[in-house]
Design a protein around this ligand. Structure first.
Ligand code: OOB
Length: 571
């Protein structure tokens, strides 16, 4: 062993130290060696693997509470033991280092026991969101060639075992479905395993997890995150946010999402020696009771939930005095809404502008009020490189709005197995094109002004227009379609689909379109909120669908719709 790298282990998932031309987890793009060396020298990349981390946490404070869920409490030693048990179970089923496993669990302790079990084996979790359905899951299984899929039994009224049965039919490489809870026709997560585990892989430059991108094209993309880069993401976030042993982090957003997982999230709380409380009920009644009971210090919300919480402080009597940091991100928080949240909770508000692809921006916990209300924060790392450019990739003058490009020690260099998409999603010198329109203030804080990517941000849930269009056009009565955002008071945006019917046919209405898309297995938040019928889609001078014109039209129709509703409250 040299530099913590066990040369006897398969090297196919190593990143960063790879000799030229040696494919890692095939389909990943390593950081060029000069960058990897710089990030190590700077102390960002420390060779920590998540398996070593969970063991170190258990050794340092075995009886400190790691996870709380309802009445269940797991201390750090129990977390490590449960992860080992699941690792032996998975190894007994034949899982090996480098295998991919689609992990679709809600905010329950099993998410982390499975996550760390996979880290123990060097297998790679693909973090599906709880609301993903057949369309997304089958795609993620195929793309990652997953050998196993881990689900809850029933979650929020939805039977994931039935979903898994459908996915199994579509994905021949999927060998096992494991259920946390009543397994039905599948395998229980708790079950017999092997006695002996192989040595844990120890190369931190390997891929530790695959995150799902919000997407802009037809199907979701996967984002490889290495141990080195993600551990840095978590550690630097925890430091900036002032987390420590007294931190009690409430995960009210899905922990499969980067924000609640690692920014600093549950992993940051554990890293700092604190505790994470898991819940799937972000509504103020349930969450406020949990905050009071567990003396929660830190949590992360999307803007619509933050506004609901702020409104609820006016009539609730819960004791929220333990709260020291309220992170809001995932979608634009308007200054007036930021002011409402700050007025309701005090100077604990932090804006976070982040992405699963990497780059994170935070307003500092001690930032002046004007910065917290009016900006989306400053890049986390001194080595985050930011460029703000025009459509020809030329830098815009300081303070001007432009397209945000970035590269750095925790920002991907390429999506997983997506060569063609990568050619346009990155510049030749490795900057990721975020698709966001930003400007930079003299203090270096970014203000998000809009975006150029064809994505609708439904209160933090990302909807790729192209993905919905590709599904909707399969409807027998739909000739053509285009999906655009419409402004919404609560969610910021909702989706509007324009449809052109096949000649002689009647275009589907909203209910029929929704039923059709559900039947095709699309996640519920991607189902269009409005459907409008047109004879033809407007086109630009070069013959492309004119999304700008459609966005304006959708805005007008929705404003007219709400005026009509105001005039006739029963309509
Ligand atoms: C977070 O990650 P994703 O991958 O779901 O979405 C990233 C995109 C950004 O490119 C941007 O378009 C939008 O979401 N976004 C914001 C924002 N935060 C994210 N737009 C305006 N204001 C903000 N504060 O959403 C995410 C990941 C880690 C931490 C926080 C959010």
């Amino acid at each position: 062993m040299k530099d913590g790298i066990d040369k006897t282990l398969p090297s196919r998932t190593r990143l960063g130290t790879r000799p030229k031309g040696d494919p890692l987890l095939d389909g990943c793009t390593p950081w060029p060696e000069e960058f990897a060396a710089r990030y190590r020298e700077a102390g960002h990349w420390r060779g920590e693997t998540f398996d070593r981390l969970v063991r170190a946490w258990a050794r340092a404070h075995p009886h400190r509470t790691a996870l709380v869920h309802g009445e269940r409490r797991l201390d750090r030693a129990e977390l490590e033991r449960s992860a080992d048990r699941v690792a032996r179970r998975l190894a007994g089923l034949g899982l090996r280092a480098g295998d991919r496993v689609v992990l679709q669990l809600p905010n329950v302790p099993e998410f982390f026991t499975v996550f760390f079990a996979l880290q123990r084996l060097g297998a790679i979790p693909v973090l599906a969101l709880p609301l993903h359905r057949r369309s997304e899951i089958a795609h993620l299984c195929r793309l990652s060639q997953a050998v196993a899929y881990v689900v809850p039994d029933v979650h929020q009224g939805f039977d994931h075992r039935e979903l898994a049965a459908e996915v199994l039919k579509e994905c021949p490489e999927l060998r096992h479905v494991l259920v946390a809870g009543d397994p039905g026709a599948h395998l229980p997560l708790d079950g017999p395993g092997t006695d002996e585990l192989p040595p844990a892989p120890d190369d931190a430059s390997e891929v530790a997890l695959l995150l799902v991108s919000g997407g802009t094209t037809g199907l979701p993309k996967l984002i490889p995150r290495t141990h080195d880069d993600y551990a840095y993401n978590v550690r630097a976030s925890a430091e900036l946010c002032g987390l420590g042993p007294d931190t009690v982090y409430l995960a009210a957003l899905p922990v499969a999402h980067n924000f609640a997982l690692g920014c600093p999230g549950v992993l940051g709380a554990l890293y700092a020696g604190g505790t994470a409380v898991l819940t799937d009920e972000p509504d103020p009644d349930a969450a406020f009771a949990l905050i009071a009971r567990e003396r929660v210090t830190t949590t992360a919300l999307v803007p619509p939930t933050a506004r609901m919480w702020a409104a609820a402080t006016h009539w609730g009597e819960a004791d929220l005095s333990s709260l020291r940091l309220l992170q809001v991100g995932g979608a634009r928080l308007l200054p007036e809404h930021a002011a409402q949240v700050r007025a309701a909770f005090g100077p604990v508000l932090q804006q976070v502008f982040g992405m699963a692809e990497g780059l994170l921006n935070y307003t500092e916990p001690d930032a002046p009020e004007v910065v917290v209300l009016h900006t989306q924060g400053r890049p986390l790392s001194a080595d985050d490189e930011i460029r703000i450019v025009d459509e020809d990739d030329r830098d815009v003058p300081p303070g001007t709005t432009g397209r945000l490009l970035t590269r750095g020690p925790y920002t991907l260099r390429g999506y997983y197995r997506a060569d063609e998409h990568n050619a346009s999603a990155f510049t030749a010198d490795g900057h990721y094109r975020t698709g966001d329109l930003v400007r930079r203030t003299p203090t270096g804080h970014l203000v998000v002004e809009g975006r150029v990517k064809e994505q609708i941000n439904r209160g933090g849930d990302k909807v790729a227009a192209a993905e919905v269009e590709e599904q909707l056009v399969q409807h027998p009565a739909v000739l053509d379609t285009a999906v655009v955002p419409v402004p919404d008071d609560l969610l910021g945006e909702r989706t509007c689909a324009f449809v052109v019917p096949v000649p002689g046919a009647t275009a589907p209405g909203r209910n029929e379109a929704a039923a059709f898309l559900r039947e095709r297995g699309l996640a519920p938040y991607k189902i269009p909120d409005r459907i409008e019928t047109l004879d033809a889609l407007p086109v630009t001078a070069v013959g492309k669908t004119d999304k700008k014109a459609l966005t304006t039209l959708a805005r007008q129709l929705s404003a007219e719709g709400s005026r009509r509703t105001e005039g006739n409250p029963r309509s």
